[in-house]
Write a protein that binds this ligand. Structure first.
Ligand SMILES: Nc1ncnc2c1ncn2[C@@H]1O[C@H](COP(=O)(O)OP(=O)(O)OP(=O)(O)O)[C@@H](O)[C@H]1O
Ligand SMILES: Cc1ncc(COP(=O)(O)O)c(N)n1
Length: 259
């Protein structure tokens, strides 16, 4: 059984963050492990509080995992401050972690900030260079490229701009565009579009977390980046199509739809 580690925040209502990541891993028959960077008090209606884990304790968790059960791939989600980002980058280098999927989580679907403004620079300079693939949504890609993205042409321009400071695979997710839900993979001047009709399901809490974890699972299994993204896109599409509906707000996905 392959092993995947998620480094992310906790969502007690189980739709996003660590909980979505571990469910995705289990449903991919992967052994999941988690290093928690922050506790959030959130549910399908919003984020009501954040308590960051002290950086020394993030470090202790990373040491505990890497010195015992070495992960075949790593997914990084919510990393809210500079100190935590720095510790994670240092430890990933120290343990020579490979196959790293970085979801640069900045804002929750509900609008709450999950990453401090002054930590974005650190994310770009210390964590991004370690990642095999980064998976910004439209808003996050706008922060990374510095201009607004309104359509697929803008997504391609944004990827080219982001590639000026990052040499790995860039997956810009189109879930927040008004039409379609096409994701763009960019690398070395090549654009690949993963096209998908927009599914009429407002229960999309945790789609970004789930997609990045599914990519990490596929990489751990030995698939290349393009195949991993194709498989992960099919998995997220199925989870949205399953039309699961719980909670009073923007509900979570049915992660087990494929079993
Ligand atoms: N309504 C939809 N129909 C089809 N696919 C969707 C829909 N919404 C999101 N997706 C897909 O889900 C994945 C996550 O995309 P999205 O742009 O929502 O990321 P995100 O904003 O990081 O996620 P989150 O909403 O969890 O923050 C992408 O593959 C995207 O295309
Ligand atoms: C702990 C944590 N990590 C990530 C997200 C982003 O997911 P979403 O945008 O679907 O709320 C979140 N809400 N909570």
């Amino acid at each position: 059984m392959k092993k995947v580690l998620t480094i992310a925040g906790s969502d007690p209502s189980g739709g996003a963050g660590i909980q979505a990541d571990l469910k995705t891993m289990t449903c991919h028959k992967i052994y999941g492990m988690s290093v928690i960077t922050a506790l959030t008090a959130q549910n399908t209606t919003g984020v009501y509080g954040v308590s960051e884990v002290p950086p020394e304790f993030v470090e202790a968790q990373l040491d505990a995992v890497f010195t015992d059960i070495y992960p075949d791939a790593v997914k990084i989600g919510m990393v809210s401050n500079k100190e935590i980002i720095s510790v994670i980058a240092d430890k990933l280098i120290e343990y020579k972690a490979k196959k790293i999927v970085l979801d640069p989580v900045m804002v929750a679907t509900s609008g709450s900030k999950l990453c401090k403004d002054d930590s974005i620079e650190m994310l770009i300079n210390k964590l991004m260079p370690l990642a095999t693939v980064i998976t910004p949504n439209i808003q996050e890609a706008e922060v990374l490229c510095g201009f607004e993205i309104e359509n697929k042409e803008d997504m391609e321009k944004a990827a080219i701009k982001i590639a000026e400071k990052y040499s790995g695979y860039i997956l810009i997710k189109g879930g927040h565009l008004v039409t379609g839900s096409d994701d763009l993979l960019y690398m070395d001047g090549d654009c690949i579009w993963y096209e998908q009709e927009r599914i009429n399901n407002m229960n999309s809490h945790g789609t970004g977390c789930t997609l990045s974890s599914a990519i990490a699972c596929n990489l751990a299994e030995g698939h290349d980046v393009k195949t991993s993204i194709l498989n992960a896109k099919n998995y997220i599409t199925g989870a949205l199509k399953a039309n699961f509906s719980i909670g009073k707000g923007r509900g979570p996905l049915n992660h087990c739809w494929n079993l």
